[in-house]
Design a protein around this ligand. Structure first.
Ligand code: ATP
Length: 228
């Protein structure tokens, strides 16, 4: 549920300290555009990747740190027998009720922020060449754009997004279209990008594009080091 990681303030002082040490890259794109595919390839190339959506899933999985707080605020009916957040039920509620969405964000955002910073510091200490923050709603939130050195947008035609998401999940076309509608438009995202990774071709084409991206970011690191 991308809404969970939409507006996370970024713990600015910690990030600016990290920014002195290595480039901070934001990675975003619409639903099903290929953010995970790109970030997996960047991880294989040695980048330090922090996926805020994955963190949002982990804190709402069985035993996750957000579960007791969600149960107390929304009631046990929002927790599945497994102990995980009932995502479908919560999605329906937060799409229709702004207060509920705010309450959920008040619970989840500080926890996501804390874990994001923890992972970022660990990765920086492990001497990765740069950090990549995968944030599905980065453009929508406005909180990240000042904090990063470089914004990468993964892009493909909306019809491709719809087909990929329908194939991967049990969402209907209408449900995917409603999510697309609630996200920033393709044009808005592209206008803010420092680089666009085109992902309408094959996975092997994507791999070459990501290798080029990796080299480009290493170039930024070099320029940053030589200017400091
Ligand atoms: P979400 O916003 O829902 O988290 P995402 O932007 O992370 O999605 P992915 O999960 O990387 O997108 O990709 C969506 C689906 O499309 C996945 O099943 C993935 O394997 C598939 N996919 C991504 N890129 C390609 C490609 N170039 N060719 C074929 N399938 C692809």
């Amino acid at each position: 549920m991308a809404t969970e990681s939409s507006n996370i303030p970024t713990g600015q002082s910690h990030l600016s300290a990290l920014r002195q040490r290595l480039p901070l890259v934001g990675l975003t794109g619409g639903i099903g555009s290929g953010k995970t595919a790109v970030s997996d390839l960047l991880t294989q190339l040695g980048a330090g990747v922090i996926d805020t959506d994955l963190i949002a899933h982990q804190i709402t999985a069985p035993g996750g740190s957000a579960i007791p707080l969600i149960q107390a605020r929304f009631g046990s009916e929002f927790i599945e027998p497994s102990g995980a957040l009932d995502r479908a039920k919560m999605r329906t509620l937060v799409f229709s009720t702004l207060d509920a969405r705010k309450s959920l964000e008040e619970i989840t955002h500080p926890l996501i922020r804390q874990e994001t910073l923890r992972q970022a510091l660990l990765l920086a200490d492990a001497a990765v060449p740069y950090l990549v923050f995968v944030v599905p709603l980065l453009v929508e939130s406005g909180n990240w754009t000042d904090q990063i050195d470089y914004l990468v947008v993964v892009d493909c035609p909306e019809e491709t997004q719809i087909q990929r998401v329908m194939q991967r999940s049990n969402l209907s076309r209408l449900e995917v279209e409603a999510i697309l509608e609630a996200q920033a438009s393709r044009q808005t995202r592209l206008a803010l990008a420092n680089t666009v990774v085109e992902n309408q071709g094959s996975l092997s084409e994507l791999k070459s594009a990501v290798e080029q991206l990796h080299q480009k970011i290493l170039g930024i690191k070099k320029a940053k080091l030589s200017s400091s």
